[in-house]
Design a protein around this ligand. Sequence first.
Ligand SMILES: [Zn+2]
Ligand SMILES: [Zn+2]
Length: 383
Amino acid sequence: MRTEGQRAVAKDYYGILGVRQDASPDELKRAYRKLAREYHPDVNPDPAAQEKFKDINAAYEVLSDPKKRELFDLGADPLSPNGGAANPGAGGPFVGFQDIMDAFFGTSGARGPRPRTRPGSDAILRLELDLNETAFGVEAPLTVDTAIVCKTCAGAGTAAGTHLAPCDSCGGRGEVQAVQRTFLGQVVSTRPCAACQGHGTVIPHPCGGCGGDGRVRTRRSLTVKIPAGVEDGMRIRLAQQGEVGPGGGPPGDLYVEIHERPHDVYSRKDDDLHCRVTVPMTAAALGTRLTIKTLDGEEQVEVRAGTQPGSSMRIRARGVPHLRGTGRGDLFVHLDVRTPTKLDPESERLLREFAKSRGEEVAELSKQGGFFSRVRDAFNGHP
Ligand SMILES: [Zn+2]
Ligand SMILES: [Zn+2]
């Protein structure tokens, strides 16, 4: 039987839920639950999702109700004002996402009071170290600002000689229930009890030392052993040196984050070190010995005769020790060559003579790899 005349144009409720016209109540439920996970305003802040969820609600409201579904199958929209049906779902306040899940899975009310004693959180501390310290390790003193167990009450939170009492507001359950009538039926929503913060107990006489929290903030000193070879950004974990939890709960961990101060001579790349040394043009040409200050002390290095600007020398195992395993990185000495300026007449005469003897008075043009390109390299500092 079709209701002719004032027939509203209904939305495609089957299409909105993505089910076939002969979908069973279980299939409808699964489809609705899946879409609620995706579009419910509690989990999806997009305004477009909110609009879509209104349609999803309307579709489920109609199709999950055999009477409304029958009307819809006959071509009417049971939710339209003209259809005459009550309209509790569409446009009303949304049922909370967790409450929908509870209504489907029956998990409501099964949570119980929250324990007063809970694990503490982790803490993080920044530690600035010099290259010498990260390379060879150090015992660094730390000042830590964290919560520790209240000595007055040993974490209980109660004043001496007093005890916890059951919460009157929730009867010790830690939660209160409210019944909401919705198109899903009666939805029982459960909230933590505000009077006892969900603990189910109250502290009639809080400890004067901690105000009932069972812990106090304090500053303490400890020493952390930094192993050789740590790198900038690494974190070292000190088990159970973090915050004590509420009610004197077990402490979290303390993480010490390493920050390596820039060195004025060396730059570090992994476990290798790099530095730059400038030698006079004559030393580069004739060869020389250099004294390099390494992390381990002074070291003599040989600059071979004919050394080009931008070349580098590797001193093995004078870098940073490897954190894992044995051995060390290398030290790279990059050579810059300084060309003399402000020549006195005698030096200038000698240089001209030298150039003449080598036939180098004039720069040659355009020969790849010839004299000209060497001149250019000297200007740029690098080949
Ligand atoms: Zn309570
Ligand atoms: Zn206390």
